[in-house]
Design a protein around this ligand. Sequence first.
Ligand SMILES: NC(=O)C1=CN([C@@H]2O[C@H](COP(=O)(O)OP(=O)(O)OC[C@H]3O[C@@H](n4cnc5c(N)ncnc54)[C@H](OP(=O)(O)O)[C@@H]3O)[C@@H](O)[C@H]2O)C=CC1
Ligand SMILES: O=C(O)CCC(=O)C(=O)O
Length: 487
Amino acid sequence: MTVKANTQIFLNYVDGEWCESISKEVIGNESPSNTEDVVGSVQKSTRKDLEEAIAAAKSAKKKWGNLTGNERADYLYKAADILESRLEEIATCMAREMGKTLAESKGETARGVAILRYYAGEGLRKVGDVIPSTDSEALMFTTRAPLGVVGVITPWNFPVAIPIWKSAPALIYGNTVVIKPATEAAVTGAKVIECFADAGFPSGVINMVTGQGSVIGQGLADHPDVNGITFTGSNKVGRQIGQSVLARGGKYQLEMGGKNPVIVASDADIDLAVNATISGGLRSTGQKCTATSRVIVQSDVYESFKDKLIEKVREIKVGNSLLDETWMGPSSSEGQLDTVLSYIRKGINEGAELLIGGERLTGGDYDNGYYVQPTVFEGVTNEMAIAQEEIFGPVLALMKVNSLEEGLQLANDVEYGLSASIFTTNIKKMLTFINDMEAGLVRVNAESAGVELQAPFGGMKQSSSHSREQGQAAIEFFTAIKTVFVK
Ligand SMILES: NC(=O)C1=CN([C@@H]2O[C@H](COP(=O)(O)OP(=O)(O)OC[C@H]3O[C@@H](n4cnc5c(N)ncnc54)[C@H](OP(=O)(O)O)[C@@H]3O)[C@@H](O)[C@H]2O)C=CC1
Ligand SMILES: O=C(O)CCC(=O)C(=O)O
């Protein structure tokens, strides 16, 4: 696309320097709220640019890995302070670039600051255990070694939090990083890397190369000097990355899609369930892997839940992500909008009943962006695409059931297993749900989205590579255990 004369061009960050790609080509990012607003441009890099970044990370890894956790923590604390001081600016950039509302963008940037501080704290926590040896004269214990160079491939839907929740643990446990942010949100990603650069990390410890997924992302996955890859994004790309890394004996971690259910039991607090369904399903325009997309309601409360839900959905204000009155912004891109609209058409064609929404929003300022109405279907059955496939948009599918058992059976009858909620006041139902729900995040009387940085995060079934990120669980991916025997 053409770059407007006043558009800032963001460079790659390699070996402590901001550099132009040898391609001399850039990619311009426009706001999905208003396509006339060009947010900035990033480098359309080549494999040669990537080679340089990986070489820099490889040569920096020994020295960085030999620092104490406390020394590494100082850099993370500095990056956190810088990000905090730029919170307003970076959140505004995120809201413009990928269409999340400004309030949510500020919340996510503050979460990035908190994650950096949390992992800085990890620098002083234990890394191993003393294990009794059968030899009375020996000392046996575990310690941990960093993987080396970690490739970080991130999506556009959390352009601050995800790059940080992957890079911060990688760094504190002694790895060096080459990050490839999602192209659609790479200007925001570059601003996050500016915070790391300004914190004075030694050259080569953190590097960023922007460009196409098939070139830079795949290049990271294929490179023999990249010891581990951590990825969040679609199942299609995730599986491909997993296979590439496995084929060369590297380590990989994949966080992918979800088709997250909420069960509303007959004894639920209905107002709570309605509010949580709306927040979990429609905030961020439904573009979260943890977003609620299936709402399974017991028949005796179905009508009252449905009426209250529709009444609240009708009140949702859709608009430009920068405006205070906006509750829901646009889809992040034209492609994403088209995907959402095509799922809505599929829902109608497959016989689901459209209760509200279903259309692209047009007229006035809407014509300059990728806006879609919040949409609710009923009469959805499990064979329908809208009950099985990740839509990544503001679309809720209502399903009526006669019992918790039937609800759980429907809830588990998908290939995904990321997040799930139940609304009930009955302890037995809560416990049954906690035991029987096939999901990595199981939530009771709380929305399906929203994870806490100090707790493990990841899915079952096709939602992840079965590892966990965040909290102290992150150490399992970013390090290898060494069992030491001393006599
Ligand atoms: N689980 C989650 O949180 C997310 C799920 N999704 C799901 O994926 C769908 C498509 O979104 P999309 O952005 O295209 O997701 P992708 O999986 O295509 O992108 C995620 C990241 O992978 C990169 N990538 C793309 N192709 C390759 C490749 N061949 N090798 C290595 N890396 C690659 C992307 O780069 P680039 O941006 O340059 O293409 C981006 O950095 C969404 O509709 C949604 O259903 C999307 C984002 C997040
Ligand atoms: O729900 C959240 O806060 C995290 C969601 C997430 O990780 C994702 O959508 O990729």
